[in-house]
Structures are given as C-alpha cells and as structure tokens.
Design a protein around this ligand. Structure first.
Ligand SMILES: [Mn+2]
Length: 436
C-alpha cells in the first residue's frame, strides 16, 4: 500500500496539497488526521467524499511501501499515522514549504521551496507536467493558497503562489466557494464570543506600543477561539492582543496572543507562562490561578520585556532644508526646485519655525503676479508638528488626519527633523508578517 499523509489538525493548505498531489501519485491512498482544524471543517464536510480518506487505524497490519508527506516536515506532527505502521522500510517523499525548519526525516526525498502555501509547491509541479485538474480540486487547492498567504497579503507570498492561483482559476476554481471556506467565524458561538470580547477590550500603551488586553469568563473551552481573536485583531489598530479566557469548569486560563510586529515577540512572552508558538502567534494554558491574576502578570511581563517602540527621532531626517522668512516667493520657488522638494518649513531670523510653504502656495502667488513679495504672506502659518518622542502611530495619525505630506519635528520652536510620507511608506513597506 502507498499512502499520502499531511500534518495533524489538517488545515486548508493541507487539504489543498492532498487534492493536488493525488495527480502526481494516483495510486496512493490519502489518510486523514484524527483532527480537522476548525478553519477547514466546512471544506472537509463538503469534499471528504472526493478524497476517500482512510483513517490512521486502517493502516494497522498493512504493508506500507511508500509514504508521501505534505505540508510538514516535523515527525511529531505525523506521529498519529506512524503509531499504526509497523517496521516501515519503504520510501518517504516529503513535499513541504517550510525548508528553513530543517529536514527531520532521514533518508527521505525532499521537494521543498519556501512558497507561501504548500499547495503552490505541488501546483508548480502540475504546471510543469502540463496536467489538467478537475474544478473541485482547483477550488480546494485555491482555498489552501488563500489561507496560507492571508489572501496574498502575508509577507510569505511569492510570485509562484500567484502563478498557481492563476493556473487553478484556469482549471475552474470557484472564487465564491473559496470565499465561503475562508470565513473564519463559522459557528454561532464564535460570533457571540466575538461580540462579547469586542465589548470588553482594554487598551493600553506599554513603552509606546499600543496593546489590547481582554479578559473573559467562559463555561467551557470551545473550538475556534483563536479565530475569534484573529478577527478582532484584524479590525482593531493595536500592535498586539492578549486575551485571557477563564474556563470556569476547569478553573484554568487559556491565553491567546497575536502580534503584527516582530518587535513584540508573543512566543517569548508566553514562554514565561509555559506556553509558546511563533513570534506573532502564541498561546498558553495557565492552571490554578484566577484570570485577573494572569492579566496582572501579563501586564507586568509586558512592562519588563518590551523594548520601546520606534519613535519619531528614529525615522526622521535630521537635516532639514528650510525657507527663510526673508525670501521672496520667487526665491522660495527656485530653492524648492533646487532641493527637489514639494514643500519646506519656513523659519524666522532666529531659526524658529513660523510657517510651511509648498509649491501650491507659490502657485497662488504666481497667479496673483506676486512673485516678488515675501513668503510670509503666502505660507500656511498653522503648522502641524511633532516632537522627537512621539510614536510611529502618532506620526501616522498626524499625517493622515491633517492630510499633510511633511511633519516637522520640533523642540520648542526649533526644527530638529522632518518626517515625510515617503519615510512613512518606506518604514511600513518593510515590516514583516508571519507564515503558516
Ligand atoms: Mn502550509
């Protein structure tokens, strides 16, 4: 017998991988993990008949000649299958998109590339071989790619993910179905939990980071709590969220944390509660403690371990080109052209900030034929400024609320730096995101 297996707690990318890998190994039987991840249950319910899954128990007493492993390379994530396989001497082929995690199967053949989704890895092979697939499989596979790349928005997304997505559309994948499978709050109790938590969020600034804390009591643990937290995190503007669920029946606390910046490592933070996970997604189980105690400890932990957030002084340009009050509009216009800027702060003889002059202001003067008059009559005098210790979040708010392209950073009335939209875009453009 030859089999295909994925990781325990099968998710959409796992199903997508199996749907495609069947075209490469038509004689292999897929075997299903005992657990299906809540995010993949709907798809599984609707399509299980297509896969014809065996369960791990069916492997008992069978002679297994070859095992194809998809979407994982970690032996502890496939141990439920190996439990039933005796004296395995066959071949193992691993199709996995986590190459950075190393190679844990000895003597296995590896097909490994760091694409956003594992489904992509297999899809690229189908494209290479010119294989056409059925629309149902294309839909399943496309759901896998959407899930693992966060709808092509996670930093892990690659050119190949888009290529395979396009191939799947060509083969009849249904976007309405994919959209249906990607809804993460699928159960009524998830939605009511979503509202309960939203009503009880506490916002907190810790060393310049904007953090959400939430505490909620529930009777018993339900599936899909992490999905609820992720949905809340999606609509809120915080950099990290920590939710403590106090489970009354068991008198224990489930802590779920998410972060959207590598500067808040929730894995390290929750290790202090014997939990863990990834930099941006982690959880912990805390027994024999009141939920409020856990919240208090979390706050203390954050105060002690968070590094200060980036401040204006970290991203501002120190050297600022300024227009002098004594200049005429014509001089200011030539000056802006020389430095290649669309605007600059205006300073008095004492070097104090008194206004801001843009090319648009100069245009007004040109229309009125006033190019020889002083900049002071045409500059805007109400200048929005920041100080060196405001956070990036404050900078963002100032830029967008006032719809300005330049934010002079001042100390008293002296200009000490400048942040532009370009600086902001550069900073946000390089911030990272986690992958599955
Ligand atoms: Mn995956």
């Amino acid at each position: 017998m030859k089999i295909i297996i994925g990781h325990a707690n099968m998710d959409l990318d796992c199903f997508g991988s199996i749907a495609l890998v069947k075209y490469i190994y038509p004689d292999h039987q897929p075997v299903k993990s005992q657990l299906v991840h809540p995010s993949a249950r709907k798809l599984y319910n609707l399509y299980q008949y297509r896969f014809n899954f065996l369960s791990p128990k069916d492997l008992k007493g069978e002679k297994i000649e070859q095992i194809v492993v998809v979407d994982t390379n970690a032996q502890n994530r496939v141990k439920e299958f190996f439990k039933y396989i005796e004296d395995f001497e066959g071949e193992i082929e691993v199709w996995d998109h986590h190459p950075s995690e190393g190679r844990f199967f000895e003597q296995a053949t590896y097909i490994s590339k760091p694409y956003g989704a594992n489904t992509t890895l297999i899809g690229m092979e189908l494209i290479k071989r010119g294989i056409k697939i059925e629309p149902e499989d294309a839909t399943i596979a496309l759901s896998g790619i959407y899930a693992d790349t966060g709808g092509f928005l996670y930093e892990n997304v690659t050119n190949e993910d888009f290529k395979v997505a396009s191939y799947l559309i060509e083969n009849g994948a249904s976007i309405p179905l994919v959209r249906e499978f990607l809804k993460i709050l699928t159960e009524k109790r998830q939605i009511s939990l979503f509202h309960d938590i939203l009503n009880r969020l506490t916002y907190k600034y810790v060393k310049g980071h904007f953090i959400i804390l939430s505490y909620i009591e529930i009777e018993e643990q339900v599936g899909g709590m992490a999905a609820v937290i992720e949905k809340i995190f999606e609509v809120e503007r915080a950099e990290a969220i920590f939710c403590v669920f106090h489970v009354n029946k068991k008198k224990q606390n489930v802590v779920i944390a998410r972060s959207n910046t590598d500067s808040i490592n929730v894995n390290e933070l929750l290790q202090q509660f014997n939990g863990g996970g990834h930099i941006r997604a982690a959880s912990a189980l805390v027994k024999n403690q009141s939920g409020m105690m856990v919240i208090a400890e979390l706050e203390e932990c954050l105060e002690n371990s968070l590094k200060p957030a980036l401040m204006a002084s970290d991203i501002m340009e120190d050297h600022v080109e300024v227009i002098k009050e004594s200049m005429s509009l014509l001089e200011a216009s030539t000056f802006l052209e020389e430095i290649g800027h669309t605007g600059a702060p205006v300073v008095s003889g004492k070097g104090e900030l008194t206004g801001f002059m843009t090319l648009r202001d100069i245009m007004k003067g040109r229309k009125n034929d006033q190019m020889q008059s002083s900049v002071t009559g045409y500059m805007s005098k109400n200048v929005i400024t920041g100080t060196r210790d405001i956070t990036i979040r404050d900078v963002e708010e100032l830029l967008f609320e006032h719809n300005i392209g330049h934010l002079p950073i001042v100390q008293g009335r002296a200009i000490i730096g400048m942040i532009t939209r370009t600086d902001y875009l550069r900073l946000v453009g390089k911030s990272g995101q986690d992958s599955e």
